[in-house]
Design a protein around this ligand. Sequence first.
Ligand SMILES: *Cc1c(COP(=O)(O)O)cnc(C)c1O
Length: 411
Amino acid sequence: MTPSETGALELDAADPGHRELFDVPPAQGGDYPEVAYFAGNSLGLRPKATRSELLEDLDSWAALGVEGHLDAARPWLPYHELLTGPAARLVGALPSETVVMNTLTVNLHLLMVSFYRPTRSRHRIVIEDSAFPSDSYAVRSQVAFHGYDAEDAVIRLRPRPGEHSLRTADVVEQLGGDVALVLLGGVNYLTGELMDIPTITKAGHAAGSIVGWDLAHAAGNVPLALHDWDVDFAAWCSYKYLNSGPGAIAGAFVHERHLGADLPRFEGWWSTDAKTRFEMTPESRPPATADAWQVSNPPIFSMSPVRTSLEIFDKIGIEVLRERSVRLTAYLEKLLAGTAEIITPADPARRGAQLSVRVRGAGELSRQLRFEYGVIADSREPDVLRFAPVPLYSTYHDCWRAGTALAEVMA
Ligand SMILES: *Cc1c(COP(=O)(O)O)cnc(C)c1O
């Protein structure tokens, strides 16, 4: 039986999220004033507190000029340290293993400088065939930078014929002795598949590889335990589930056992220990923390929204959000299942807050959903529509709207 609108509203009363903390855009079509927003896996909504807290930081500049480095209410020199603890808790890392800096693909490159160190007999990189293009370009250019041929060196993992997701056992089987680096998405951007990060990391290590994870679609979506899973390195962006705004400053993780080690790194003045930075010596003295991977002094007004958002996650807790996420996603699944083929794994343990459906003319359908129903879902050409019910601000009623709207536009 298709769930009713009244039923959806009852579920919202019994299992509310935190929509009141966010600005939800007005709808441009349909029967409801606000959009039903399912694009939080692409760009999360703005927390209400972001605006006022950013203005506070901006006004410190007006009031103090250069003295804001030390005298601002949130001083700029150690500003990034305000983000370290909450980011570390979110991804299951030690604060020393975590740093918020740059943007995602830049961080992947900086980390590969240290962790992709190919030799003739071991120079391959394993990624998913459906890796986000930026990751594909990044690894191909790293391979070329080291003088190898990307066609030969990059192994792209494909699902079995007729299947949409990668099986863990099939991934593990591909991790041979010629693999220098395994670099997979924790949650695949297209299918929403949540990979078995601990098992694959362990298998990669057994094969003698370094294992890094792109957590663009995993951070703020599912609980992570990067330290305990023995992940070598990871990076994530902050504008998807982390609601920190377009192009927001990203995160990076380096496992404790690599900290302070003699690894190649591209350095700048923010790579050196903060305690001696202003001695202005010609050689850097990097700290034995992930901060050593920083290069430039951070953009404060871009870090401010990340700080505000991470505080929300810190207060509510990713475990609590995950529980609501599982309930909300299962409810949306019930609503979409009769209408379109869902290519996201059916097992809640193998997915986060995203359901991808295969439909013909995804681009046109997403325009119809937006302008006729006020439902925001994003399309990936040619045939995938992605719906992300975000536990912080999505509602059961949003899911009900998406389910009925998709059924109507497909009819
Ligand atoms: C969103 C996303 C990116 C985007 O890269 P930026 O450097 O933040 O522009 C890269 N990789 C994956 C897997 C993504 O999902």
